[in-house]
Design a binder for this molecule. Structure first.
Ligand SMILES: [Zn+2]
Length: 361
């Protein structure tokens, strides 16, 4: 099996784990199980972040954290109608127009309960209704139960988490469509870097971190570096790409298959700038080794933004995998971008020595 195949195998394995924001336990466990053979120590924090430490050979080299988030977008049971239909709300920013007609799984304590998101029959839908997307408050999940009591007996209760149960499919040009590319692809990359350095340690000590609750406000990242002696951090995540019929290049110019994204900043309600020292370190590595990459301002936010505000401020930046249809059940990415991202991180850490400075001036 080639090295590349094994990153992809790991991605597929992690994509099967169901861990919506706030309910990450299955991914916390999977991250620990996968990374444990390659590191010196791994522990979970009370907040839920998982921190794996791989000691470097030179204590004077900068210490770096690679952070991928363990959670995925999902939903949560809000209420159950007396007739057994399940009302729900979003956990994270799912695309509303993608929800109706989908298969979901309600992750009860007794195991997953399958459901479908129902809708009005086409025959009696008015033209006005046909062209509008109902708010999530109007949507409902049909689990087949005839009453609230029956739903309860199946383990479905208010507050039970939900995920899409769409399975990954392969498209032409090796593209993959799956619901939780964000951020199982990043988790696979982080674990793969740990594996690469397991026997041949770099000078730098590396912390491999799985963070929680990224999708509901970067909440795990607010605390994940707090107790670590770390000089800089890299969020390893996915980000929205364009080059699809309904997206103007003016708004999204990153492209799937054109390399990892190295972001100067992030565009949310305003542009926020990442650490240019960390950004340049990654960009120069990609340039020096001729690894495909794309540079720009990404849309959305990542854990880097919270880590920048930890303690006195930990210089942080993001490296990402571009994907189409962000936050839908059919996100699309290219394994080539994942491999190139992993190469950039591996070379960057390999080359990191005591001479590196993260000072702004
Ligand atoms: Zn993400």
């Amino acid at each position: 099996m080639s090295k590349e195949d094994s990153i992809l195998d790991l991605f597929y394995k992690l994509a099967e784990v169901q861990a919506p924001s706030g309910f990450e336990e299955p991914m916390m466990k999977a991250f620990i199980d996968e990374i444990k053979p390659y590191v010196d120590e791994v522990h979970g924090t009370p907040r839920g972040n998982i921190i794996a430490t791989q000691k470097g050979t030179n204590p004077k080299a900068p210490k770096v954290a690679l952070v991928a988030h363990l959670d995925q977008i999902g939903f949560i049971v809000f209420n159950i109608d007396p007739t057994g239909f399940v009302r729900f709300r979003k956990l994270g920013g799912s695309v509303t127009r993608a929800i109706q007609g989908q298969h979901l799984q309600i992750l009860t304590e007794k195991g997953p309960v399958v459901g479908v998101v129902g809708m009005k029959p086409g025959h009696i839908t008015t033209p006005a209704e046909a062209n509008t997307i109902p708010p999530i408050e109007d949507m409902y999940i049909d689990i087949g139960a005839a009453s609230r009591d029956e739903a309860g007996m199946m383990g479905v209760r208010n507050g039970t988490p939900i995920t899409y149960s769409t399975t990954p499919v392969k498209l032409a040009n090796d593209l993959i469509a799956a619901p939780s590319i964000d951020d199982r692809a990043g988790c696979a990359a982080v674990i793969h870097v740990a594996k690469t350095f397991a026997k041949k340690r770099p000078k730098a000590t590396v912390y491999y971190i799985g963070s929680v609750e990224e999708e509901i406000g970067l909440r795990g990242a607010e605390t994940c570096l707090h107790d670590l002696d770390v000089d800089m951090a890299v969020a390893v995540d996915t980000f929205p790409a364009g080059y699809q019929p309904d997206v103007n290049m003016r708004d999204l110019f990153y492209e799937v298959g054109k390399g990892a994204g190295l972001h100067v900043g992030e565009q949310g309600d305003r542009v926020r700038i990442q650490s240019q020292q960390v950004h340049r370190w990654l960009r120069r590595t990609a340039e020096a080794h001729g690894i495909p990459h794309q540079v720009g301002i990404m849309s959305g936010g990542t854990d880097a933004m919270e880590m920048m505000q930890t303690r006195g401020g930990i210089p942080s930046a993001t490296i990402g995998i571009p994907r189409r249809y962000s936050h839908s059940p059919v996100e699309v990415f290219s394994p080539k971008d994942l491999e190139n991202l992993t190469k950039i991180l591996t070379f960057a850490i390999q080359d990191l020595g005591p001479g590196f400075s993260n000072a702004r001036m």
